[in-house]
Design a protein around this ligand. Sequence first.
Ligand SMILES: [Zn+2]
Ligand SMILES: [Zn+2]
Length: 508
Amino acid sequence: MNSISFSDSNPEEYMAQENAKDWLSSATVHDHLRETLRMVKDMALLDIVPARLPVRLYPGGGVICLLDPAVLLRVTEHVGYGFNIVCGAKSDELLSDGQSCPVCSSFFASQAMYLRIRWLIPCQIYAATHGDDWRWFKNAEFSGMKWLDIDHNLLRKLIDCTYLDEGLRLVRQADWGWTMERDPKIRGWSERDLRWLRRNLPAPGIRLPTEATTTEAIKVAEANCHHSPERGRTAKVLGWFPKGTVLVPCHFASKKPCVYWKTLWTEKEFAEYGTERADRGNLAVRMGSAAIRSFDWDSDEMFREFVRINDWAQRAQQTFGSRGGNVWCRMMLPASQEHCWTLERDDGHGTVKQVGEFRAGDCLTTVSGAHPSGVLYRIRNAGSLPLVATKDVGLPEGVRLHKKPVRKVSVYNDTPGEIRLDLSKIDGLHDHPTDPGSLEGRCPVCKREGKDTSCDNLKIWPSGAFHCIRDCDTGEIFALAGLRRGWRRKSKKGTARGGATDGSSNDH
Ligand SMILES: [Zn+2]
Ligand SMILES: [Zn+2]
């Protein structure tokens, strides 16, 4: 029989075909997964992040579950400089498009980024840790399977396990190791159950990279590979700016910040981050700090025109990346105007084009380091930041300010399922009483005000998303208890993380 498409099949015929599939064979399940992964790929092109993310267990966390080891996905990622690029070549065959991986093909990029290998395994969860106890979920036997994120250590244990088709009690230890025991309360799946579960297996919740993202990651990684940090650069840059200026460390040759800077990131946090560490990457200035603003022009032509018509701009600090340039100044503005504005130009025939940005606040301007294109940033009139009034600013013919539409910026945009809160900073953390897999604890913002003593305002979903029932500002919660760094590099000295020996290990 020929394969049919949806258009020439009727629903009954389609259902009959689905029912005829042998869901006990892994080939069928793999076909199903291949199809869902194709969808994930299309979603990535539209910049849609998968909604359901794999369950990840953190120290102290545990589940009682049944696993489906026949369906095990290996996910290998190139990680670094704010990127996680799934490597098709080194991942499960299902994730491969048959082409060679562009990151692997670049000698320097593959050296500069490290490989993170993890496995995703379908899992039905019956209970999860709850303080020192276990909380059993009602009707768990009727729920579907979730993907569980596991590492090499657990995988090895699973391979040696003789009771894999029975209930397992998995607990993540304080040193990120695992304990595994048999749980006699759970019976294995019947063939009927397994068929049903596999048929309803959700997409694995992986974010697949687009071609553009991969290309950018390679560029940045290569630039970092060839880059040797200039000692004392940060101190020099700090000298250009008045007191109160807030610097933000970014990845070298990238506009991606290394830290979460949107809230509660001040001079003090930057000092704690350390100038030596900041020397290694790009440096950006938080616009609005010390009333610093910048006019960013996309083309050399517009930049020249702006400088020509503004006397103050000729003397002001100017920075140059690849094309166009930035003119810096200080300007007093009401808080309501401290954001990033678009500079638009009407060519007189009704065509409106963006030609630059007026960066008045809530955004960054790079001042030192390398542009993603590899060019080093150049500076002219370093340290000259004239105080100008809005009336002193002349815009080139046809150019006007336009308020940028407020886009909801997600705090966590790289790794799906990664809890970006430092759970050790949440008081009274326990399993969510009604939502299996989620956590609950004291909201750090509420805590600052002496509230939430019952430690039940903050909810943390398995995806890493969190919310305070008093609607505390997400950015503030994150700033107080989040992992500001994008990811944590595994210490080369050993695998122990979160141990008491190295108090600073959290932040490296
Ligand atoms: Zn690769
Ligand atoms: Zn709160």
